[in-house]
Design a protein around this ligand. Sequence first.
Ligand code: GDP
Length: 221
Amino acid sequence: MGELYQSAAGASMHSANGGMQPQFQRAVFQTAAVDLRGAPADEGFEVAFAGRSNAGKSSAINAICHQNRLARTSKTPGRTQQLIFFSLDDERRLVDLPGYGYARVSLAIKANWQALMGRYLEQRRCLRGLVVVMDIRHPLTAFDRQMIAWGVAAQRPMLLLLTKADKLGRGAAQSTVAQVRRSVADAGAPIFVQAFSATNRLGLDEAQGHLSQWLELPPLL
Ligand code: GDP
């Protein structure tokens, strides 16, 4: 069923073994940083995950890494104004960017978030791709559009992961994917759109395929 949602030619080239990606399973917490100064050296390959709070970002990271508690799911507004780094090996990392979009957080926290995101996307040379996680029932909020605009400005390829697709019927999910694709078609950077579910693993192979390419993981035989 995954091929119906496949968004990019070649995205499944790393999935020859039926979707198991042992490289992702090796992900371990490396460090948390409140600013780029606390980040690991700007070397190697990094893929960052952004998303509105509660969109399903932590669940997506955990599903991709075949782990239950790597990225911590949380309901606390503004709790993690931090960059959380997970390493796959000496040169490859995943980064959990702070969630955004809680109406109740203070202006100071919002301004801090904006500054941190802006700096990260502008300055991080090892960033190879950006995953923007969105609830498929509420895609492309103002915050998401801001993230995408930063990704375009930084000229990074993006994967828009429309998660919780299990909550929609297949037809509705497909039509949302098509709508989101249309609305980002002229954005000026490569943007892939993929229906996803951490619950039933829809789109997992495709998401791993994009990440494998961006991280230059050696193809599986
Ligand atoms: P985060 O704040 O973006 O990291 O979001 P979480 O990963 O903590 O998820 C927020 C809520 O959505 C939790 O209650 C999850 O169990 C739920 N959730 C996340 N992904 C999915 C999914 O693919 N399907 C369904 N049905 N629920 C999900």
